[in-house]
Design a binder for this molecule. Structure first.
Ligand code: CIR
Length: 254
């Protein structure tokens, strides 16, 4: 899995009104911008060429750009966000993806699907069925992937916003799994590293070109990840975490 490019979108001031499953202190916009800069630098350190898109003020959650597309080696798929306030985010991504991809597919209503629910490991894509991704969206993705010789596997998911909030792939056949997440049987071929309940946001890490990008401030998880003997790069995304944003959701990588 070698990624060479990433697309990110600058957060707009409206991010303070982003969707959240928790009561949180108001997001500090200046701090969010600074953390976003550090996130871009971390992607560059991991070897990616980063395209930075302008903010979309009309869409408070649009910096979580991972949710609007699924990028594969052979095609890009524009999703259909399940959150009503995020549906319009897809309009502006098509033109961007056209400069990178010849083949662009789409998930159509009544299907809903958000990229945070899609965990790709090689040419296999695990699709979490969540409040944001419904069976129709998952089935459409499975069929699109099949056309290009890739595999889509829908998996049940409960208790977390997206599949990748609870589980990510960190290399050496290992999954990082949040304690309390009922790992679906479709993942039984993998080894697991558990993220303690108190550190659950750390379950959302990114394996990128032989480095693991992890959110800063989770020492127990870091210790456990060190057993993989892979370089770990920490980046502070505490402002985004206030509205359920993790590391993966801040970029599209391909
Ligand atoms: C939302 O609820 O849509 C945003 N506040 C957070 C999205 C996080 N996306 C992701 O984990 N892929």
């Amino acid at each position: 899995m070698h990624d060479s490019k990433a697309i990110v979108r600058r957060p707009g001031r409206s991010i303070v009104h982003g969707l959240s499953t928790s009561v949180h202190t108001t997001l500090d916009y200046g701090k969010a911008l600074a953390q976003h800069d550090q996130y871009i630098q971390a992607l560059e350190y991991c070897g990616l060429n980063v395209a930075v898109l302008d903010c979309l003020e009309a869409y408070p959650d649009s910096t979580f750009i991972e949710d609007v597309a699924v990028l594969t080696p052979d095609c890009a798929i524009i999703t259909a966000p399940g959150a009503p306030s995020r549906k319009g985010e897809v309009q502006s991504i098509e033109a961007v993806l056209k400069s990178y991809y010849v083949d662009i597919e789409k998930i159509h209503a009544p299907g809903t699907l958000e990229g945070g629910d899609v965990l790709s490991i090689g040419r296999c894509f695990y699709i979490g069925l969540s409040k944001r991704t419904n069976p129709s969206g998952a089935d459409q993705l499975v069929n699109i992937l099949k056309t290009y010789g890739m595999i889509g596997i829908p998996v049940p998911q409960r208790g977390f916003l997206h599949l990748k909030t609870a589980v990510t792939y960190v290399g050496r056949n290992s999954l990082l799994v949040a304690e309390g997440f009922d790992l679906p049987k479709q993942f039984e071929e993998f080894e697991t590293i558990q993220v303690p309940r108190a550190e659950y946001p750390a379950a959302n890490c990114i394996l990128m070109n032989d480095k693991i990008l992890m959110p800063a401030g989770f020492p127990d998880t870091r210790k456990r990840l060190e057993s993989l003997d892979t370089e770990i790069v920490e980046v502070d995304i505490s402002e985004f975490a206030k509205i359920d944003g993790g590391l993966t959701c801040l970029s599209l990588r391909f």
